[in-house]
Design a binder for this molecule. Structure first.
Ligand code: G3P
Length: 217
């Protein structure tokens, strides 16, 4: 499974990319606002930091304008994935940009039928928002499982990009289901590395090693 980080905070992206385990970045208008930075400047910086797909979202709602925005965003860097909403106009734009060789991430997906339409539109990624479904007592991970089952019957190339991740168990369940990508907020991504027994075990190993009085270097 690929790990994307869900942020427009370049300091966080730089730090996490140094692990060598970061496969891409997703942003959205809310994350760009949170960064407090110029949109084009921060997207260019992120795309230079991480070689994998960097999602930059359109903000128009009509196909013609969304297409113009998408073409402009795609020119910012070779690894830009243009984000469009899962609407009729968004899927029209997805189809047109895909035909031009542009990566497209169809976002704000909340049903398996929406995901099916995104795949038919040739999306590179479809982003079901699991956390926002959980927030309204719907089962976000059940949607991921449904989409995985449906996609398995056809030769779609669209990758399932699990988004709106709220905690490590979302990542665990996404991996169990076989989702292609999880885009994870930085603070949650860091939690994936951590376990108290690892900390405790390492402490004991190093204490015992110190008592040998030896060194490796
Ligand atoms: O990439 C989509 C993600 O940022 C949405 O997350 O927490 O606003 O539902 P959230």
């Amino acid at each position: 499974m690929k790990f994307f980080v869900d942020t427009a905070d370049t300091a966080e992206i730089r730090d996490l990319s140094e692990t060598g385990l970061l496969d891409g970045v997703t942003t959205n208008p809310s994350l760009v606002k949170k960064s407090g930075r110029d949109f084009f400047e921060v997207i260019r910086e992120i795309a230079a930091l991480v070689p994998g797909p960097v999602s930059a979202e359109t903000v128009a709602t009509d196909h013609e304008t969304m297409l113009a925005e998408g073409r402009k965003l795609a020119k910012l860097a070779d690894n830009i994935a243009v984000k469009v909403p899962l609407t009729v106009d968004g899927l029209k734009t997805c189809k047109a940009l895909t035909a031009e060789g542009v990566m497209v991430n169809v976002t704000l997906c909340f049903s398996a039928t929406q995901a099916l339409l995104a795949a038919k539109a040739g999306a590179t990624f479809v982003s079901p928002f699991v956390g926002r479904l959980d927030d309204i007592s719907s089962d976000g991970m059940e949607l991921i499982a449904d989409i995985k089952t449906i996609f398995g019957h056809y030769d779609f190339t669209t990758e399932i990009l699990v988004a709106s991740v709220r905690h490590p168990v979302h990542v665990l369940e996404a991996a169990r289901i076989g989702a292609d990508v999880a885009t994870v907020p930085p603070q949650i991504l860091r939690k994936l590395f951590q376990h108290p027994l690892t900390d405790r075990g390492l402490e004991a190993f190093l204490r015992d090693w110190r008592e040998t009085g030896q060194s490796i270097l």
